[in-house]
Ligand binder design. Structure first.
Ligand code: NI
Length: 130
């Protein structure tokens, strides 16, 4: 690795509170592995879908709820926060085959009226060395 890159890595690791470069690199590798594995269609993944939308926008809430009701096996739990007079934040905990989870996340995020949305994939860590 180029020395300048190592220097920036060390600075980032310190700023993030890692005790060593090695621990920082190990976490980066784990994050990449989780992401890489989530790309396989049949693998079981777990994660959250975060959505922000304007609930005054006609039909958006009904549409989002409808999509969720069609995939009850994928959605473990939901959290709804009324952010301000207009905006709602919804966080859905999801678990299932990567392909199915990604498909419902894509549909929800692409729903008209959703201002921002993303799927964040995580792991129990069972498959990852500590
Ligand atoms: Ni709300």
């Amino acid at each position: 690795m180029p020395p300048a890159l190592v220097a920036q890595l060390d600075a980032m690791a310190r700023a993030k509170g890692y005790r060593s470069r090695s621990r920082a690199v190990a976490d980066m590798v784990r994050a990449q592995l989780v992401e890489h594995r989530a790309e396989r269609g049949n693998r079981q993944i777990v994660g959250t879908i975060t959505l922000v939308y304007d609930h005054h926008r006609r039909g958006v809430q009904a549409l989002l709820t409808d999509i969720q009701h069609h995939h009850p096996h994928l959605i473990i739990s939901t959290l709804h926060v009324h952010l301000d007079r207009h905006h709602c934040l919804e966080v859905l905990a999801v678990r299932g085959r990567a392909g199915e989870v990604k498909a419902i996340a894509d549909r929800l995020v692409a729903t008209r009226g959703v201002k921002h949305g993303r799927l964040s994939v995580t792991t129990t860590g069972r498959e990852l060395p500590a």
